[in-house]
Design a protein around this ligand. Structure first.
Ligand SMILES: [Zn+2]
Length: 365
């Protein structure tokens, strides 16, 4: 039960990763005859608080129609934090290029009032000297803690856009399911792990983009130049640094992570534009150092995500392409610290820009 309540949290956040928002602007048929934009609507019909600024009202454009500069991402999140009693914002480090890194704590006002007790109790659960009865006692009064990490690869930019949508919905939604979720969970969000790489990509992309959507892969806006935005300032892949902590982004993040030790960690990425969506579990063989609990829980969350994709009639795959063997991934290192570490991938990458014609002629934005 402790983890099961979380499956809806994760499924909710995975669906919010999909941002093909302005496909209607492309103005042409797609290969999927039943392509229905309503399937991608965020929380349709849910009443929202007018006190929380929407991404569109702050940024001046609809999410998905532009890639957002990091300073504007931070500005929007700060504006939501100031308007909401569900969010607190915490700077945990600075990048080499002096960009601030933040994590957000999003939960009900009641949980915020006892947040330090929740954090300390959660750390007690990691104490091996705790008896089963004591652990069970603690769990009964504790919310679960999922930690969602976005945009470790800077030129896989859609996930930070999705993070803003998730933050908005968790702050603004007034429906019973969201209120229940905020009571049951303390959701920690890192909206951009690698802002130096993200801005390297976004500044370049904005300087090259056509003023109309351009799906042609031969156009320059689909050919990001070397060294690209995947890596940080020193061109190091931060999704290999979780275990070595060479860089300030990783050191700051792991110090913050160790102060919370969440039960769930989800790492959001983009893969080739010719792929659709990947969800857990990954391919075998797995690292034998992963705890025995890992496999069954990866299955539980993977199946929950699969059901959400099925309901939305969105293609996805699982059990191939992505391994959990190397311990320094954001999808595997947290699994050695007591969490179920998970990977989420959507079709895209810098080659897709804002819209691209894939090999099967389906347009993605
Ligand atoms: Zn990636």
């Amino acid at each position: 039960m402790f983890f099961r309540r979380l499956t809806s949290v994760i499924a909710f956040c995975h669906l919010a990763l999909m941002v093909p928002t302005n496909a209607q602007d492309i103005g042409r048929e797609t290969a999927q005859d039943d392509f229905d934009l309503d399937r991608f609507a965020f929380a349709p019909g849910i009443s929202v608080s007018p006190d929380i600024p929407t991404p569109e009202s702050y940024l001046g454009y609809e999410l998905g129609t532009q890639y957002t500069l990091y300073a504007d991402v931070v500005g929007y999140i700060r504006a939501v934090t100031e308007a909401s009693d569900r969010i607190s914002m915490h700077e945990y480090a600075r990048t080499y290029e002096d960009r601030p890194l933040h994590y957000l704590i999003i939960t009900s006002p009641n949980n915020h009032a006892r947040i330090e007790t929740i954090r300390e109790n959660n750390l007690k659960l990691a104490d091996p000297s705790l008896s089963a009865a004591e652990a069970s006692d603690l769990i009964s009064s504790q919310p679960v803690i999922p930690w969602l990490s976005y945009n470790v690869h800077g030129n896989e930019p859609s996930s930070t856009e999705a993070a803003m949508q998730v933050i908005y919905q968790l702050a603004a939604n007034q429906d019973a399911a969201t209120l229940e979720l905020l009571d049951a969970a303390v959701v920690i969000i890192d909206p951009t792990i690698n802002p130096d790489g993200r801005d390297r990509y976004v500044y370049w992309y904005r300087s090259m983009q056509s003023h109309v959507l351009n799906q042609n892969r031969a156009d320059i806006e689909h050919s990001e130049p070397w060294p690209g935005g995947r890596t940080n300032h020193y061109w190091f892949d931060l999704n290999r640094d979780w275990v070595w902590l060479v860089h300030p982004e990783s050191r700051g993040r792991l110090e913050a992570y160790g102060n919370w030790l969440p039960q769930i960690h989800v790492d959001y990425h983009e893969q080739s534009a010719n792929s659709n969506y990947f969800t857990m579990p990954g391919q075998t063989p797995r690292n034998l150092n992963l705890p025995d609990e890992y496999e069954p829980w990866a299955e539980v969350f993977g199946q929950a995500n699969a059901r959400a994709f099925d309901e939305a009639q969105i293609n996805y795959f699982t059990r191939e392409s992505f391994d959990f063997f190397y311990p320094g991934y954001g999808s595997s290192y947290p699994s050695n610290l007591g969490a179920i570490g998970m990977l989420a991938e959507q079709g895209g990458g810098s080659g897709s820009a804002r819209a691209v014609e894939t090999d099967d002629a389906v347009d993605w934005v």
